[in-house]
Design a protein around this ligand. Sequence first.
Ligand SMILES: Cc1cc2nc3c(=O)[nH]c(=O)nc-3n(C[C@H](O)[C@H](O)[C@H](O)COP(=O)(O)OP(=O)(O)OC[C@H]3O[C@@H](n4cnc5c(N)ncnc54)[C@H](O)[C@@H]3O)c2cc1C
Length: 507
Amino acid sequence: MTSTAGAQSPEFDVVVIGGGPGGSSVATLIARRGHSVLLLEKERFPRYQIGESLLPATVHGVCRLLEVTDDLERAAFTVKRGGTFRWGTSPDPWNFLFAVSPQLSGPTSYAYQVDRMVFDEILLRNAARHGVDVREECAVAEVLRGPDGRAEAVRYTDADGESRTARGRFVVDASGNTGRLWNQVTSDRHYSDFFKNIAVFGYFLGGKRLPGPDKGNILCAAFDVGWCWYIPLSEELTSVGAVVHRSQAALIQADREKALLDLTGRCDIVADYLSDATRVTEGVHGQVRVRKDYSYATGSFVRDGMLLVGDAACFIDPVFSTGVHLATYGGLLAARSINSVLAGELDEAAAMTEFEDRYRREYTVFYEFLTAFYDMRQREDSYFWQARRVTSFGKTDLEAFATLVGGVASGDRGLSPEAAGGRLATASSDLTRAVAETGAMQTESGERMTKLFKAPVVANVMAEMNQIQSRGVLGDGSAESPVLPGGLVPSADGLGWVAPTMQPVEG
Ligand SMILES: Cc1cc2nc3c(=O)[nH]c(=O)nc-3n(C[C@H](O)[C@H](O)[C@H](O)COP(=O)(O)OP(=O)(O)OC[C@H]3O[C@@H](n4cnc5c(N)ncnc54)[C@H](O)[C@@H]3O)c2cc1C
């Protein structure tokens, strides 16, 4: 921690570090309340990023609050009605369609598959349009804290290489997965032993498409040593990646192109879909990239005027396309808390508790869903799948999960690691049963899909996303109840918190 010299008044209400979806969201939603926001982004946009498959809560919930709906429509991204999975014991693919969720039916039961260079730039330029002072090619080196320990400024290098300082009443770190600034909030970050995977990915032209209305779906397919994603970004272009155990890292790094072709070739359905395709070898999409996609959560998301949002706070395995959702949702929560404090409407401690608890809860429900999903019995009997069974959970992972769940999701702070293990095992068998009852790829089979949405682990994961989406579409959150006992609810404009008029819902 570094102290700034002398007490000066802040030039900005808020300084945001990073212009990805998390940073652009928090900055815009604070600027919409008339506060002054500086956003510092290291790169010049458009810049490449992985994470192309979105969820409806981002598109119809947060993006509506950001007022970018028309921009997204103009970009003509591929429409995604859901996910198609070759996963579990069934040899046939099955669907998870947003439309069959009772809350997500109707005209907003879709999301987009996006080129992140385009999507992230739309969000960043929109932030500037809403009054955010966006400065690109400005890399933040340090967060400066005052004598009382409160974050009050950042030191950064501007586009001309000059070192500068910018002061804010709050600092938000949304610098993604590569930065180290998060450790100015806490030194504690828990990496899951369980989901230590590595991904290798690239782009193909001319790949096949899923049949009929599902052609825009993400396809996720398990194979002997991992799983593949297949994301149709346009009629021609497909994003394809393989996720395997990190023990294969050296092999993959030695020859990425070969590793990508070998691994996708081992995954039957993806190999078939790519049989007439050619890999893109030039331009931004021509590189084969590698990312370690460890799942992690930072011990605290907020400390003394500094908040963590997006990958800076937590990350969860990419199989459910949750990264951009968690980043934009974290941005929304942070904006509500900061707006309420800046307006003098809420005590800072209460506002920050609401931010941290809701965010951690959302991470937790996805973690539970992820565990249940990886635990579904595969046809493949390999180390990769054996190591991801609930029964293989180590003590530290169970302890970490018990802390997450016990602290926030259930309100039961005394949850033991043993009870956490039982909870994960139940979630897993619920999900396996629901998928078996849902059956194969019956696209329009609403009755069968309903069984999937009734599985508690699925219902939990959809609950808050449905609320955000309903608010985005209907514009009014007055019927919302607190997510957590004793918690707050969104204000009428969706940009702050207020005390609830309704009692918390039990369970
Ligand atoms: C293999 C893989 C597949 C994935 N697939 C999906 C998917 O299908 N769907 C999905 O939703 N998510 C997916 N994700 C996750 C997704 O990529 C991230 O969760 C998401 O990009 C997080 O957004 P963010 O705003 O937190 O960070 P980022 O998008 O990383 O943005 C952070 C920004 O901060 C800037 N920055 C960094 N350091 C500094 C600094 N010091 N100063 C100033 N600026 C800085 C960076 O240049 C960057 O622009 C995937 C991730 C992986 C690894």
